[in-house]
Design a protein around this ligand. Sequence first.
Ligand SMILES: C=C(O[C@@H]1C=C(C(=O)O)C=C[C@H]1O)C(=O)O
Length: 374
Amino acid sequence: MFQQLLQRIEEQLLQEKPLVVYRKPSQKMVKGIFQSDSKIHYCIDFKETGFVFAPFNEKGEVILIPIDELVQSQFEPSEHSISLNNKSQIDYPSTDIDEKNFHIQLVAKAIDEIKKGRFKKVVLSRLMSATFQGAPLQLFLKLLNTYTEAFCYMWYHPKVGLWLGATPEVLVNIQNKQIQTMSLAGTQPYTGDPDPDWKKKEREEQSMVTNYITNALKSLVTNLYISETESLRAGSLMHLRTKITGRLKVLDIKKLVKLLHPTPAVGGLPKSEAYDFITANENYNREFYTGYLGELNFKEEIERASSNRNIENKAYRSIHTKTDLFVNLRCMQIVGHNATIYVGGGITTDSIPEQEWGETVNKSATMLKVIQNR
Ligand SMILES: C=C(O[C@@H]1C=C(C(=O)O)C=C[C@H]1O)C(=O)O
């Protein structure tokens, strides 16, 4: 069965038609969505059904792959999955000294602006290049094997390109009017401790994200619930996560997504000042990195056991509409045998530029491990 899905993906790529193949965190089901033509469809009012792929730029167009054909199959991660603990195994591509200096100076400039009061937090990123052997589909299989707790995907559109990723971050899950989101920020390498100590800088940086999201949601939801903050492992990294749930007063996905994206976990705070700083200073276009992607308005049939209401003792079914969107992190764009890997980190007044550089190097390991089959 899984073999059939792989064949269908290869066929679609050969025909240069749009597709997305993905697996949600902690699930075994891999879904492939195949578009029957090569057009670019856009998501306009978020009432459409399909797989969305949105850029970081809020004003940029959101691409939609309609569900012309859906093929799904269970995937069993193989026993030979890649080890996530051994940092020394990675061969980091040599960096140009200018590249490193540029990032360090960029972080220093942001810290200055924070001290001047222009904004409180900004997420700064960079790209790096690496070459790989084999086919992109091989890389996707390695992602599935390695990052079982992440949302793993391969997305392709002949007019846009090919992207792969394994993200730990949910933008929002919506089922009927019930929503779940998260504030994810703060990073340290995973050393084997599932609940490490966190410094004040990381705690503050993450709580800024939690506060932003809860304030943004206040007017839209009832029953707002904020969980305890916990450590979350994402491959060879640890983050701080707080889950936030609520019930929408009115189901308006467009409004909700507009409010959440980009969260201060990938943009900054205040939103527009941080955004302006990023676009004026980062020196490259993030495109779909730190955008979002996932299922929009998928119909899901839920079968429930018989109840008193069900006299004939049949299971009864109900149709739910579900939206599951993820933030596009730990991702790369593929052209031929070259991968462009995108990495960033949150800057606050307590940031140390050299360490922020190191954090982007650590984050690049997520994709490099897969590229290098380490
Ligand atoms: C921006 C990235 O990650 C985000 C930034 C984090 C941080 O600043 O600690 C942590 C998780 C993500 O919300 C990235 O992975 O490129």
